[in-house]
Ligand binder design. Structure first.
Ligand code: MSP
Length: 531
């Protein structure tokens, strides 16, 4: 049982057969947001990512690059670490399956399964897809291909098998006992009906190539790459040392975030391995959807791969995070387009959030001597705004408890919209002469609402939110979620620095519709931010 305030979130470990792309960046950014939010809420967080370096697919990529597998994986794995640094990801650890700490753990889990009579020797004769690193039954093939469209090859070799069949009932009981074990719910139903349909024993070793963890006491075999890879979630906590601090604190994991394509491995095989070894399964598997690019499947052969570094450099890191997490409900598929990206940036960030902050802070600077104004008695509209911003915490927490990232952002942006309407309705600029006390009250209500909003957007847009909180002179220790109310409320009289814009607007050439001039606009932004 993990410690009560502990929170452990993981990304899949990425295959090092190729450079990182938007799909990898997406999962990692979502997990980073989940981890940051848990930290802001006072949890002890462990956030793990890493690389999956064994198996036939990686071996093949290394040989195509005319490199030894280890040298090749060293190089590609470094590109994933580099991407994490550039995206300012707050992972606490980065695991590579070629590390000794991992190999030791995989072999220990294997021995445990053997000791419990969960593994036996046989022969595998069937289809295998190197691209998916997955075995397929004849009945699953569609037009001679894997259901994923990946090519398959016939494999016949001695192999160890895991008694997966025996775990059908315990798995169904697990899904029943933990209704949120698989999220979103639609995915849960898919998995449940797959398991209900019956399970076959699973081949868990390979003999026709050598790039993997050797099977203990039978080094002709290497451990099947998925059994090897899944174990990373525990080896990074020091498994097989179950008495160690990390394992005791953080296992079972709170959530493994994965793409929908690898849900079965995580929601069926992984808990079965764990139950069979007498270990606790994770608390949740969350499966997110896939991105297409302007309506097309993203693939190297189509030449439409989206480079996350290019996105960040063109639009900004916080903007990219916001777009990816807001554009589609987490769990659904989404379509990336530059037009949609620019629309979100200009409308939500520049016009709504940015403009709110900018106009309120400049009014305070100009009219309140650059200090947090002293509120007078609050009226109904002031209270309504402050109540709505105070109520956000519970709404955002509820959404985040089920990884509903876009729902959390929608709730926050609803209050941003309400605050903008409140500015228009109260027209504080017109109160300057007629009723300065009332003006101070309105600006105070707005400033404190912005503070709450910025506290909540920290997990999503860390840099922009920090800059807003700096402009409100919010001390570092008052930036956690328990400071939303009470001691955290702005103190009248506090001096504020001069306001500076946080969310740039993409400049569009005259006379063009917003969506027409995306490329030019992106370039304009690039040159305006880099000068
Ligand atoms: N190595 C395995 C995972 C092992 S975890 C124990 C693997 N690696 S991967 O590099 O191929 O994929 C990693 C993740 O990227 C998957 O969750 C996958 O869903 C995600 N994506 C790959 N392309 C994607 C999109 N186009 N859109 C969104 N995510 C996608 O699988």
């Amino acid at each position: 049982m993990s410690a009560a305030d502990a929170f452990y979130v993981t990304t899949p470990i990425y295959y090092v057969n190729d450079a990182p792309h938007i799909g990898h960046a997406y999962t990692t950014l979502a997990c980073d947001t989940i981890a940051r939010f848990a930290r802001l809420g006072g949890r002890r967080v462990r956030f793990l990512t890493g690389t999956d370096e064994h198996g036939q697919k990686v071996e093949k990529a290394a040989s195509e690059a005319k490199m030894a597998p280890q040298a090749f994986t060293d190089e590609v794995s470094e590109r994933f670490r580099d991407l994490a640094r550039r995206m300012r990801i707050t992972n606490d650890d980065f695991i590579r399956t070629t590390e000794p700490r991992h190999r030791i753990g995989v072999q220990a889990l294997w021995r445990e399964l053997v000791a419990r009579d969960q593994i036996y020797l046989g022969t595998y004769a069937g289809w295998y897809s190197v691209r998916d690193e997955s075995f397929y039954a004849e009945s699953e093939l569609i037009d001679g291909k894997a259901p994923t469209g990946a090519p398959v090859e016939w494999v016949e070799e001695p192999s160890y098998f895991f008694r997966l069949r025996a775990w059908q009932q315990p798995l169904l009981e697990l899904y029943e006992a933990q209704p949120d074990f698989i999220l979103p719910a639609s995915r849960r139903n898919e998995v449940v009906s797959f398991v209900r349909g019956g399970l076959q024993d699973l081949s868990v070793s390979r003999t026709s190539f050598a790039w993997g963890v050797p099977v203990p006491d039978d080094p002709e075999h290497v451990v099947y790459v998925w059994l090897d890879a899944l174990t990373n979630y525990m080896t990074a906590l020091g498994y097989p040392d179950r008495d160690g601090e990390a394992y005791r604190t953080f296992w079972p994991a709170d959530v493994h975030v994965v793409g929908k394509d690898i849900l079965r491995f995580h929601a069926v095989f992984w808990p079965a391995f764990l139950l069979a070894a007498g270990l606790e399964p994770p608390r949740r598997i969350f499966a997110h959807g896939w991105w297409t690019n302007e309506g097309q499947k993203i693939s190297k052969s189509l030449g439409n791969v989206i480079d996350p570094i290019e996105l960040i450099e063109t639009y900004g890191l916080d903007q990219t995070r916001y777009f990816l997490l807001r554009e589609v409900p987490f769990g659904n598929d989404g379509d990336f387009s530059r037009a949609a990206m620019v629309r979100r940036m200009n409308r939500d960030l520049a016009n709504d959030y940015g403009n709110l902050v900018q106009r309120v802070l400049s009014m305070i600077q100009r009219n309140c001597d650059g200090r947090v104004p002293e509120p007078d008695e609050l009226g109904a509209p002031d209270r309504a705004l402050l109540d709505a911003s105070a109520a956000l915490l519970a709404r955002v927490r509820d959404a985040m408890a089920v990884q509903a990232l876009s729902r959390a952002l929608e709730a926050i942006f609803e209050v941003i919209g309400a605050a903008n309407r409140y500015v228009d309705a109260q027209a504080p600029w017109a109160l300057r002469k007629s009723d300065p006390k009332r003006m101070a009250t309105v600006l105070f209500a707005l400033a404190d609402t912005i503070r709450r909003i910025a506290l909540l957007t920290q997990a999503f847009m860390p840099d922009a939110s920090a800059r807003i909180l700096d402009q409100l002179a919010v001390p570092d220790e008052a930036r956690t979620l328990d400071c939303l109310d009470g001691a955290g409320v702005l103190r009248p009289g506090t001096r504020l620095p001069s306001p500076v814009g946080v969310f740039p607007r993409l400049i569009q050439p005259q006379g063009h519709a917003e969506t027409d001039a995306i490329g030019a606009a992106a370039l304009a932004l690039k040159s305006s931010t880099s000068s």
